[in-house]
Ligand binder design. Sequence first.
Ligand code: C2E
Ligand code: MG
Ligand code: MG
Ligand code: MG
Length: 281
Amino acid sequence: IAKQEGGARAKAFHDEIGARVQARQRDKADLRAAVHGGQMVVHYQPIIELATSHVTGAEALVRWRRPGRGLVRPDEFIGLAEETGLIVPLGAQVLEAACAQGARWSSEGRALGVTVNVSTRQLSSAGFEASLLHALRVTGMPPENLTLEVTESVWADDAAMQGLMAVRDSGIRVALDDFGTGYSSLSYLQRYPFDFVKIDKSFVAALGETGRTAGVLRCVIDLADVLGARAIAEGVETPEQAEWLRREGCAYAQGYLFGRPRHPDGWDDQPAARGARPVRS
Ligand code: C2E
Ligand code: MG
Ligand code: MG
Ligand code: MG
């Protein structure tokens, strides 16, 4: 009997592995079709300047409108896109859409910078610089209104760093995303220039829990300043967090308190977005 049970268990195990492999193959095929078939949509979340409460920018965040599954969040497919290399055409699409949206906003008289997440794999791909310059050219987006968000993993990849520094020469800005969760070293931080430091939402969420978090956050805001960058706090959900950050000299904030990521058509429906400042003439 034990032998039979063992055999049944082994079969169940094999069936399960087989089912997972199949599901993964299906996800890959679906993702490929989605990237090439226009199922990717870009939403935008407002970034506000804490000193004035004005919206000064927007982060582009991709979603997959997957048939039968609704709007799928990036955490569920960016990993697979990176593994399969699909991140390269996907990232190029997001860049072009974000540049087009930025150019549209500026033609409506709104001074909104647009920030776009780029993966290390995308940055180190051969055609990256060309696809970025193409996106700027066809949309008419001024390079200085575009910020690329990279994570600390970029330090470990020479080709990606070179790609990044090459495009920075054309006036594009660079933000270090999820700061404090990866592996930055002080030597990298002082060696390479970047314009913004995005403080990861886990630090903001822990504010008020212990005095230590507050102390660490103060140091990160100061560190950004010393490095010639501006701090952007992510995941701001309460007025208390926003007020604390403003008082401590954090320049910008982003979070559900000010607005969720939205399709550009619904952007003006959120309170914070209506505060977007017109271009100064
Ligand atoms: P991220 O770049 O750190 O983006 C911020 C994430 O925090 C977004 O999740 C946003 O919706 C969420 N968020 C914003 N405010 C709040 C808040 O107040 N509370 C909480 N709990 N969360 C908040 P989302 O849109 O699911 O994106 C997840 C990650 O996927 C992004 O993290 C980014 O790393 C990646 N990603 C998104 N779009 C792209 C893309 O076009 N290309 C690449 N390579 N990665 C992308
Ligand atoms: Mg980001
Ligand atoms: Mg982040
Ligand atoms: Mg992230």
